[in-house]
Every structure is written in C-alpha cells, then in structure tokens.
Design a protein around this ligand. Structure first.
Ligand code: HEM
Length: 396
C-alpha cells in the first residue's frame, strides 16, 4: 500500500506519547509507504514500517547508502558532513576498514572482559539509589552504565571519568534539560574538545584503547579519529541508556518478571532480546537510494531518502504475536533493534552484556519495583527514549 500524507513524520512532537505505537502498528499492518513532504527534512522523505520492508531497505545487497547521513534531515542535496569518514555514515573500503579496526574492541570477548566493570558500576549505582524514596531511573541508572563502559573503551583515564560521564549524561539527556548552564549541544562540544586532548596524549603514549587503535592506522586523519570516537560515544550512550531504563520499566510492569529472573526461571539472554524489541531505542535509520529500486510496489529513483522505523518493525503483528506484550520467553525474536545488514550495530554484544548485568543485579537486590508515575518520553525522533521513569524500589 502507498500513502501520501500531510503528516511530517520527522516532527518530534508525534513521539512524546504511547499513541506513537498505534500509528506505527497501523502503518506496519498495512505495510504502508508514507511520504512526508519538506519540513523536518528539507526535501521530504519516504517511510517504511513493516518488518519485511525495513529489512529490505537495510539488506546488505539493497541499493541504498548511508553516506549522505542516517537520520531525518539529511539527503543527497543536504548531506551529513561526516559522510565517508564516520563508520555509521561510510560505505565500502572506509566502512570495512573501520569495522575491522574498531570491531575487536567491541567484540563479544571484549564485552565479556568489560562485564566486571559493568557489574561494579551497576552495584555502585544501586547502592546510591536503593534507599531513595523515589528514583528516576532515566536519570540515575540508565545513563551511568553505558557512559562508564564507553569511557573504558575510549581509554579515558580514571581521574577524568566522572567528569566525562557527567558531560555524556548531559549531552544525551534530551534537548530540554540544562546542566551547569550548558545545552546538550554545548556538552557534546566539550566532549569533542576533551577527545582532542586525549588524541594528543595517546599519540605521545599509545595504549590498547580505541583512540590508540584508530591512531595506529596511518590512512586515518585526526578528523577521522575524532569522528569515530564520537560514533562510539553516541552509539554506545544514546540508545543503551534507554534500553537499561526500559529493563527496569519491565520489572515494574510485567507481573512475575523480577522473580523469574531472580530464581533463574527466565533465560536472561532471552529477556535481554525482549527488552531490546520492546524498547527499540533507535527510532529510525535513513538511507538514500543509489539506483532505481522498487519498495512495496513503489518505484523510487536514485537519490530518494527512505526511513525505516525500527520500533514499528519490532511490533509488526505479522512477525510478533501480541507485539505490545512483553514476553520474557519470546522465541524466536527476530527484532531489528540493532538494525540489519552492513551497519548492524557493532556494539550489540556490549549492549547485551550491560542489559544482562542490570537485569541480574536488580533482580538479585530488589524484591519489588513500583511505578510512582507513568513514564514520560523524550521529545525526539532519533531515539525512542525515556524522559523520566520514577520508581520506588523495595530492597530484599
Ligand atoms: C550501529 C542500535 C548500542 C556502537 C547501530 C545501528 C543501530 C544501533 C540501529 C545501525 C545504524 C544504521 O544502520 O544506520 C543500537 C542499540 C543499542 C546500541 C539499540 C543499545 C541498546 C551500542 C553500543 C555501542 C554501539 C553499546 C558501542 C559502544 C555502534 C556503532 C555502530 C552502531 C559503532 C555503527 C556500525 C556500522 O556502521 O557498521 N546501533 N546500538 N552501539 N552502533 Fe549501536
């Protein structure tokens, strides 16, 4: 089915309530293809929602590129200026090279090595929040863990980590928050300035970290190094914090889940995948066609921007029974929360370990998680995220 609509699906106001799922479900069930005219994106864009259409756009062999950008707002005439340099918006040789260089630092083996660090961070966070009358999980738990992990990967020295974690929390905490008088954009700029200094330090004295690894490749410019540190920073923080918050949300709202995880009656890896499907923090990815292609019976010419809405695909009723229901034992679970194809998330093993540790540690220390208030949602279009999730924990 094809639809032309006056609705600008790049408008962040559409995503601040759960009504977003009704819209996505309707579009996915119809296998709709929706055109949003110029607005949030200067030239407009097509959207797909069903699992099959999103997977087709992202398939390795599909005639699509992310080199012009991978978010609404970019297209062939308005390209992302990191295109061809930053991993997620590069293709072919540059993309292959970067995945090969960065991959080992984020691999399953590397993630396993980092799991102790994750556990220490989770334990520390829980020590601080368990006695509080009310805990806003979106601020106090979700962001802290991924920020600590990314600091380890980047090789941020221990004495700078708290400062960088604070800056990171702020940079990705939503557009409407202010921190020390800094906007999120300013906080992000501060981080890039810090990376610049870290690059100078690692050039003089290399280590085993991401910065040193990127610097070891003579073909990469300093700009390439900076952009790819930023890719891991953004990729590692912006999404994982909301999946972690969503795991606690599931404990508060899915009857019996806490006891199932604590007593070993639920397979934690299976629960992790259901958290990923149910929360789907990466809201969309954009591609631009590199040649003529037919999607859902619609002929698109080269240079056409198409957006795949991942949370819609992850609740597509054609693929998932009772898609809105969190099922701890859902199997198979062919969610595409980490994307699909050539750019499939390189940090997925790390994100999975972070979530597994959070689920186990919370279940081990808490007998009850109660929602104090329904969550509020970020006014955002790139991530589907929690603005606030106030809960009350009862310790064991
Ligand atoms: C790519 C989601 C965690 C690093 C992606 C993509 C998605 C995604 C959808 C594909 C983007 C595209 O196709 O254009 C997620 C989710 C996460 C998560 C939902 C957590 C729940 C992480 C972590 C890291 C990371 C922890 C690193 C520390 C990356 C990188 C890419 C990527 C480097 C680019 C891969 C490439 O272009 O080949 N992620 N991500 N992500 N992610 Fe993640």
């Amino acid at each position: 089915m094809q639809t032309t609509t006056a609705v600008d699906l790049g408008d962040p106001d559409l995503y601040t309530t759960l009504a977003r799922h009704d819209r996505w479900r309707e579009y996915a069930a119809e296998d709709a293809m929706v055109w949003s005219g110029p607005g949030s994106s200067p030239s407009g864009f097509w959207s797909v929602f069903s699992h099959q259409a999103c997977a087709a756009v992202l398939a390795p062999s599909a005639p699509f590129t992310s080199e012009y950008g991978m978010m609404i707002g970019f297209d062939r005439d308005h390209p992302d200026n990191s295109g061809g340099q930053m991993m997620v918006v590069s293709e072919q040789d540059q993309h292959r090279k970067l995945r090969k260089l960065v991959g080992p630092l984020l691999s399953r083996a590397a993630a396993r090595k980092l799991s102790e660090r994750v556990r220490t961070e989770v334990t520390g966070v829980l020590d601080r929040v368990l006695d509080a009358e009310v805990c806003d999980v979106a601020a106090a738990i979700g962001p802290r863990i991924p920020a600590a992990v990314v600091c380890e990967i980047l090789g941020v020295p221990a004495e700078d980590q708290d400062m960088l974690i604070d800056l990171t929390n702020h940079a990705f905490g939503g557009e409407d928050e202010l921190f020390d008088g800094m906007t999120p954009r300013q906080a992000h700029t501060e981080i890039l300035v810090y990376f610049d200094e870290l690059i100078t330090a690692r050039r003089a004295s290399p280590g085993e970290d991401l910065v040193s690894t990127l610097l070891s490749d003579d073909e990469l410019s300093i700009d390439d190094v900076l952009l790819n540190c930023d890719n891991v920073l953004i990729g590692g923080n912006e999404t994982t914090r909301h999946a972690i918050t969503g795991a606690v949300h599931a404990f508060a709202t899915v009857p019996g889940l806490l006891a199932q995880v604590r007593d070993g009656d639920a397979d934690v890896d299976t629960v992790v995948d259901e958290v990923l499907r149910w929360t789907s923090p990466a809201m969309h990815v954009l591609r631009v066609t590199t040649g003529e292609v037919t999607i859902n019976g619609h002929d698109l010419e080269a240079g056409t921007p198409v957006v795949a809405w991942l949370p819609a695909a992850n609740r597509d009723p054609a693929v998932f029974d009772e898609p809105d229901t969190f099922r701890a034992g859902r199997k198979p679970n062919r969610h595409i929360a980490f994307g699909h194809g050539m750019h499939h998330c390189l940090g997925s093993a790390l994100a999975r370990i972070e979530l597994a540790v959070v689920l186990r540690e919370v279940a081990g220390r808490v007998s009850r998680v109660e929602l104090v208030k329904d969550p509020s949602w970020l006014r955002a279009v790139v991530v589907q995220g929690y603005r606030e999730l106030p809960v009350r924990f009862t310790g064991r």
